[in-house]
Design a protein around this ligand. Structure first.
Ligand code: SF4
Length: 210
């Protein structure tokens, strides 16, 4: 069995349920939730969007909001000033440039305010099934620790992984990598004891192997 197969079999064994932990019910809500999730846990985003999306959940709703009012609603998520500014600007762009419908490719999504490559790729993959990988801090750490790629930034990691393992660019693989990084191969104190991937792991060899 190849290394990539072993890795993904193990991710699946640990996290058989591959799904996002963010809550949303429309493509537009997905983009807003992903923007809000920067530097913040999905759990906290869900607490805020549970209330927020009941009142506002379309580009029209957000475009009409005053920035200060949105800031108050998302204050607890951090970076609220920029997040509010970007969500309102992005909503106006969606209305003016795309007739109120979220554009359907990562390339176009990336043109919207506050939407970087990671966010664009995550949304295009989750909602529009595009074969792109949104590399967050968890995926970046996991893929580089395991030596599946050897890159210095999330964007380079995404490009390199896409080139080497295009068959592993899909929803389930994405969610499992995030869950593996969030709950098993954590930034601090990863669960290396008993980890079945330690034979491949650069981090383990450099830091824990005696
Ligand atoms: S051995 Fe440790 S650092 Fe390496 S993949 Fe497993 S948990 Fe992560």
């Amino acid at each position: 069995m190849s290394k990539i197969e072993e890795c993904f079999n193990y991710f699946e064994k640990l996290f058989p349920e591959a799904k996002t932990e963010l809550n949303f019910s429309t493509p537009f809500e997905t983009l807003v939730a992903v923007i809000l999730s920067a530097q913040c846990t999905d759990k906290r985003v869900n607490e805020v969007t549970k209330v927020l999306f009941k009142k506002y959940n379309t580009p029209k709703d957000f475009a009409k909001l005053e920035q200060e009012d949105l800031e108050k609603m998302i204050f607890s998520l951090g970076f609220y000033h920029n997040k509010a500014k970007n969500i309102i600007k992005m909503s106006k762009q969606v209305l003016e440039d795309y007739g109120g419908e979220l554009p359907k490719t990562a390339e176009e999504l990336e043109k919207l305010a506050g939407v970087g490559k990671k966010t664009a790729n995550v949304v295009a993959s989750i909602i529009f099934d595009e074969k792109v990988l949104g590399v967050d801090t968890h995926i970046f750490r996991v893929l580089n620790r395991l030596g599946l790629v050897d890159e210095t930034t999330p964007n380079k990691t995404a490009d390199s992984f896409m080139k080497k393992y295009p068959n592993y660019v899909n929803h389930d693989a994405h969610y499992r990598m995030v869950l593996f990084g969030r709950y098993h191969c954590t930034a601090r104190n990863p669960k290396c004891d008993g980890c079945e991937l330690k034979k491949f792991c650069k981090f383990f060899k450099e830091n824990k192997e005696r």
